[in-house]
Design a protein around this ligand. Sequence first.
Ligand code: PEP
Ligand code: MG
Length: 577
Amino acid sequence: MPFTLHGLAVSQGIAIGHVHLVSHALLEVNHYHLAPRHLPAERERLDAAVAEVRGELDELRVASGQNPAHSEVGAFVDVHLMFLDDPMLVDAARTLIDERRCNAEWALVQQMELLVEQFDQIEDAYLRERKADVIQVVERLVKVLLGQPGRLPRKRKESLGTIVVAHDLSPADTLGFRDHDVAGFVTDVGGPTSHTAIVARSQGIPAVVALHNVRQLVEDNELMIIDGTRGVVIIDPDERILEEYRLRKTELELERSKLQRLISARPTTLDGEEVSLLANIELPKDAVLARKVESDGVGLFRTEFLFLNRHALPDEDEQFEAYRAALKNMGGAPVTIRTLDVGADKALEAVGKRSTEANPALGLRAIRYSLAEPKIFKTQLRALLRASHYGKLKILLPMLAHAHEMDQALSLIALAKEQLRERKQKFDPKVEVGGMIEVPAAAMALGMFVRRLQFLSIGTNDLIQYTLAIDRTDEAVAHLYDPLHPAVLKLIGGTIQVGARYGLPVSVCGEMAGDPAFTRLLLGMGLRLFSMQPNQLLGIKQEVLRADVGELAPKVQRILKMDEQERVHEAVERLRV
Ligand code: PEP
Ligand code: MG
């Protein structure tokens, strides 16, 4: 019997495929007590799981040894094998089975929690970081005990893809979908501008989030349709529904292909205003997509994706190569590279999650993290500066709020330049440094930014989150996430105006820039630099080509004076007719 679920549409398009359930093993561990006569069998279950995980790790070890590019994998396998053999983990869990008569999964998780607590107390940062490895080893063991395959299936033989169904996914998980045949994904939780959703859009993977209990309602291999435009998910569709969605999918693809004819048109408005359309990228290879749609450059390279999904941080040379590759892939166009923005929904696995953080979006994130970890920051700055010798590279600092953050970051850049001079390594001495305006405090105190920086970029995703005090990843408050709230518009409009007054380029690189519903509004505010996912660029270009800024500007000035949300919504809607 087909049935339908409604959630939040976060990444457009239609996907039709077979369900692949992915679980967060540690969240789903059952706790139960065993009768004494069952204890020996439970210990054997644990031993069998340990043997299976050891087999998996040995296999990985051999595979990584055969490929020099994967030497780093070999190193983490060694660490995992070491923990697997450590009496503090498996032996202790075995004792817990006997003493507390608990099931093997529960015993492992209890022991893991104890070890994690001990790791948190360690002063040495390297050793403290190994906590993440313990968690991963336990996760592997629990998955085997629960009988769940941990990995995504490789490409299927039939033409339908895989639809990943999970309680939650991290941005790093989603990035891994690139290498698999994932047609779309749906999750129980999540918000429209969470990084998981952004990565899905950048890969063109249809996705619906905030479905509450989809994981409980579907089974592995069931047929599923995702309508990522309307936020609808259909499970077990009949032939008639399937046919309708196949048709809609073809229509969408046709619409997309029609936009291709705009590729070489310059984005100029009807009254001759020149606009620059830039691309947001997560990895250097995305620059290839950015170039394919003839973007004017990269407006935002989110470098944190080079740091996620791995057990050791990328060193200076690796980062330098990645930044240089992005410049090369852009063929001489400018590339704005943002320094590490980790924290909140992008936890650095290699460093371990800070368990004390109650409110990560307001915690040690982005520039705050970089300034707290100057060694990591300086390494990145040197890599960026070295790459600046090979093209038009600009450095962008995320989540600034205070003058001293800029001052410290600028001194560290000066220091990094000094170190490169000593090493006789080349860099562009005039490399531009800009800042993200994504905290209301920054948008309301622009003078200190204008005096210190050479360009600004408005991160509307965070600016909305922080202005309206709603967690962008929390579906319970997703309905309050309103880009057209009068307070948000005043901050965006004000920043664009101040930039124009002082001759400082201002771009928007948050999701608003890639949504055609807002293009005319932003143009009317005076915005001329838009940065978005490459696959949104042609749709925005179409809007620009149809807009008349002379006509829009006075209407938008009136909108900026409105203080009733509903009136703003209606007026913005009218800009498009
Ligand atoms: C933003 O906040 O709008 C932005 C572009 O940065 P991110 O989405 O990576 O936080
Ligand atoms: Mg941001």
